[in-house]
Design a protein around this ligand. Structure first.
Ligand code: NAP
Length: 254
């Protein structure tokens, strides 16, 4: 039995990395998947691949930081599939890094808009659609950075991602009685384009891997499986959590 049979899921940031792996896994598990990111041609190729493998998918291209797009994402989902059960709000950026006194306000705002304001906008339009569908599972992709670790130079990223945990708790409390579960997923280092830009030499990659108790970073598919848990009925009693799936980077001290 497929774990998401009959469900309709939106996955943002699906043109690369964790989001792409999640969209592919959800489609394999029987969900109709709406894949979202800015690069339309990459999304179209993903829809083609999912469809070829027997799944069902729709591409909706745009910027998650824009309110009009947050509305369109849900409208197009409902127009095509008629309901909304699951959302993995995963799109995010590291943004400009460095000490706060050197940080331009525009750089701060870009990270907050893409990573945190996008989550508010997403919830604003996704929740009514999930309520109309009888409930569901809403997930925000956060990180251990700013939750269990203060990493120099990452103020905007950490603040935006810690904000997602607060948003998660409030929404979980507000919507639990209406059968909507809301959780934050906090990955450790994961081998994606973003991670390769962050640690761009073999030495840096070895250093990052060594921060984790497992002495490696994750494959995107490993995080996708955690998203599948939160999205599926396996997590029927899990709400309001900040779920670490981080290879032990939060507890490792050596
Ligand atoms: P990635 O490979 O850089 O992919 C990011 C995705 O987000 C892409 O699909 C990108 O697509 C999309 N995106 C970025 N800005 C967007 C915008 N304004 N509107 C719509 N889509 C946008 O990143 P990743 O490593 O898979 O990370 C995915 C999520 O996991 C992020 O929220 C990240 O903070 C979090 N995370 C990652 C790690 C890690 O080590 N990789 C660890 C912890 C948490 P387009 O460029 O096509 O728009």
């Amino acid at each position: 039995m497929k774990r998401l049979e009959g469900k309709v899921a939106i996955v943002t940031g699906a043109s690369a990395g964790i989001g792409e792996a999640t969209a592919r896994l959800f489609a394999q598990e029987g969900a109709s998947v709406v894949v979202v990111a800015r690069r339309a041609e990459v999304l179209d190729a993903l829809v083609h691949a999912i469809t070829k493998a027997g799944g069902e998918a729709l591409a909706v291209a745009g910027d998650v930081g824009e309110e009009a797009f947050a509305r369109v994402m849900v409208e197009r989902t409902l127009a095509r599939f008629g309901r909304l059960d699951i959302v993995i709000n995963n799109a995010g950026i590291l943004g400009a890094m460095g000490p706060v006194p050197d940080m331009a306000l525009s750089d701060w705002q870009q990270v907050i808009t893409t990573n945190l304001t996008s989550a508010f906008l997403a919830a604003k339009y996704q929740l009514p659609a999930m309520l109309a569908s009888g409930g569901g599972s809403l997930v925000f992709m956060s990180t251990f950075v700013g939750h269990t670790a203060g990493m120099p130079g990452m103020a905007a990223y950490a603040a935006s991602k810690a904000g997602l945990v607060g948003l998660t708790q409030v929404l979980a409390a507000e919507y639990g009685a209406q059968r909507i579960r809301v959780n934050a997923l906090l990955p450790g280092g994961t081998d994606t384009e973003a991670a390769r830009e962050f640690a761009d030499t073999p030495e840096a990659q070895e250093f990052v891997a060594g921060l984790h108790a497992l002495k490696r970073i994750a494959a995107p598919e490993e995080i996708a499986h955690a998203a599948l848990y939160l999205a599926s009925d396996d997590a029927s009693f899990t709400t309001g959590s900040a779920m670490l799936v981080d290879g032990g980077v939060s507890i490792n001290r050596v």
